[in-house]
Design a binder for this molecule. Structure first.
Ligand code: NAP
Length: 247
């Protein structure tokens, strides 16, 4: 029996358990299981790593534990190190735990079909975990970018100070905030949509709803749009690849 699972909080509507259960059925992997592992706080996380980790061959990690799991791991893949967040754990021989990040590579892969200009400029809305994965991908593409976020900070621009000329300069705009995610589908980052036109590619990492208000407003201005579903599938498939790799 090979057991896999997703560590996180409020996992009722998570994508990975349903995805992997179907994945195992389609491949006839009847001796594989995938469970939701609801963890309510840091104490419970610690207990999980000391008492339950031996039951698993691999794990996915979601909010709010992508950083919190790092002290429990023995090794970090260089991409996870660079993004400073882990969404995949491989449980190796002797319970050696190695952490990976597949969000960054998955996002990068989904950009291929968009035929983006080389060494362009992007705007990244939000500066949390997913934003760090997106920033890693933009660095791989030799893109420059500005980060737009609420609140005042040296490294980010406030929404209210985002100028139209910066929006016009961007080839790619990515929403990495949870604004607009089900059930709060009427929410949207306070973005100046006036600067958007048909040359823009606008990406929202949210996958539920399929078309967030942010994507609807960008599409109405002529932009090409993409939601987070493809990235989600790709990061899951990359997790599987990691778990199958020989040590
Ligand atoms: P996170 O670490 O909590 O970061 C969220 C970011 O959004 C933070 O920068 C936060 O601002 C900003 N934000 C939150 N509420 C806001 C508000 N009301 N107004 C303005 N900004 C706000 O979360 P995350 O892990 O990055 O995830 C963010 C989203 O990406 C979620 O919807 C998640 O489902 C999605 N995601 C999708 C995929 C995929 O495969 N498609 C993968 C990963 C994540 P502060 O910095 O000020 O707190």
């Amino acid at each position: 029996m090979s057991a896999y699972g997703l560590i996180g909080l409020s996992l009722d509507h998570s994508f990975s358990p349903a995805f992997f259960r179907q994945f195992f059925i389609e491949r006839g992997l009847s001796n594989h299981s995938y469970s939701s592992i609801e963890i309510k706080d840091g104490e419970e996380l610690k207990r999980f790593f000391s008492t339950s980790i031996s039951q698993y061959s691999g794990l996915n990690v979601t909010l709010p534990y992508k950083e919190a799991v790092m002290p429990f791991l023995h090794q970090l893949d260089p991409i996870a190190q660079s993004i400073a967040a882990v969404n995949v754990i491989k449980v190796g021989t002797g319970l050696q735990l190695k952490g990976y990040n597949t969000d960054g590579p998955a996002f990068l892969d989904t950009l291929k079909e968009w035929d983006l200009p080389e060494m362009g400029f992007a705007l990244v809305l939000g500066n949390g975990g997913a934003s760090k994965a997106v920033q890693w991908a933009l660095n791989q593409m030799d893109y420059t970018y500005s980060i737009v976020n609420r609140g005042v900070s040296k490294e980010t621009i406030e929404y209210a100070h985002l100028q139209k000329r910066l929006v016009e300069k961007a080839s790619l705009i990515i929403n990495t905030t949870p604004l607009g995610m089900y059930p709060k589908v009427k929410e949207c980052p306070p973005f100046p949509f006036d600067g958007i036109n048909s040359t823009h590619k606008v990406y929202d990492l949210i996958y539920n709803p399929e078309k967030t208000l942010f994507l609807q407003l960008a599409e109405a201005k002529g932009a090409r749009i993409k939601n987070g579903h493809e990235m989600l599938e790709k990061q899951a498939l990359l997790s599987w690849k990691i778990w199958q790799q020989a040590e």
